[in-house]
Write a protein that binds this ligand. Structure first.
Ligand SMILES: CC(C)(COP(=O)(O)OP(=O)(O)OC[C@H]1O[C@@H](n2cnc3c(N)ncnc32)[C@H](O)[C@@H]1OP(=O)(O)O)[C@@H](O)C(=O)NCCC(=O)NCCS
Length: 150
């Protein structure tokens, strides 16, 4: 197993987190892929000034992953989770979630995560870690669905 360090992010880490967030929205095919780095930076700063916390994971002193989460009722809601592209499929994502569960999050907390339906790799990852279906979010296009013909 690769030696992995972790630290709770501070406001100094906002630029780094925003850069990784930009790759995350691209990789998961999110609509926010149109947000600029400045917008993502402002949003990340606002997250960290609210109840969100971020953890940065490093190997050999280099950032390889991050998680952004907040407490939500009896659960931890994981809003963003990202492993740097060239470090994937080496077990780092799994190891990072183990670290969060064992050393960052209070023991026994339920964990929820939202994944875009078309993010098949992300879904495969969470399933491999034992996550199961809990809720389904639906949407209607702006202006509502086209009228059904009788
Ligand atoms: C999804 C993501 C976090 C996985 O990180 P990772 O470090 O590559 O994952 P791991 O190496 O720990 O993989 C653990 C298991 O998850 C599954 N898995 C991971 N990536 C997968 C992929 N691309 N396709 C299919 N299964 C995958 C596998 O079962 C894997 O075990 P294996 O390698 O022994 O087969 C990473 O690809 C990523 O950051 N993607 C972009 C952002 C994203 O989609 N985040 C999650 C949605 S919020």
């Amino acid at each position: 197993m690769v030696a992995m360090d972790f630290r709770i992010a501070t406001s100094d880490d906002v630029p780094l987190l925003a850069k990784m967030n930009r790759y995350l929205v691209q990789d998961e095919g999110h609509r926010n892929a149109g947000m600029t780095l400045v917008q993502l930076t402002d949003r990340m700063r606002a997250f960290l000034e609210s109840e969100y916390q971020a953890v940065i994971f490093e190997t050999d002193g280099e950032p390889v992953a991050y998680a952004l989460f907040r407490p939500q009722g009896d659960a931890i809601h994981l809003r963003q989770f990202y492993v740097v592209r060239e470090h994937r499929r080496r077990g780092l994502g799994r190891q990072a979630i183990d670290i969060l569960r064992q050393r960052v999050w209070a023991a026994g907390r339920r964990v929820t995560v939202g994944v875009l339906t078309k993010n098949e790799k992300g879904i495969a990852f969470w399933r491999a870690l034992g996550f199961t279906d809990y809720a389904l979010e639906l949407e209607s296009p702006p202006g509502g669905a086209p009228p059904q013909s009788l």
